[in-house]
Design a protein around this ligand. Structure first.
Ligand code: F3S
Length: 71
């Protein structure tokens, strides 16, 4: 039996420098704090249909601060 696992996105606060590409690419997955640093929305579970945006955000962060993995 195949089981589809959710994707989980995380932002490493040590690496994020506030480039904001993640939020521009996937505003439903990322929010910015008062310093312009990104945080995941909710617990970081990627809703169905936003998997490619999560991967795109991961690939476009210049600081490699975003990781997408199976939950
Ligand atoms: Fe930070 Fe990268 Fe987004 S530096 S604001 S996680 S594009």
């Amino acid at each position: 039996m195949s089981e589809q696992k959710d994707l989980q996105v995380i932002v490493d606060p040590e690496l994020c420098q506030g480039h904001n590409r993640c939020k521009a690419i996937a505003p439903k997955l990322f929010e910015l704090d008062e310093f312009g640093h990104a945080h995941v929305v909710g617990d970081g579970t990627v809703p169905p249909g936003l998997e490619s945006k999560a991967r795109l955000a991961e690939a476009n962060c210049p600081e490699f601060a975003i990781k997408v993995a199976q939950a």
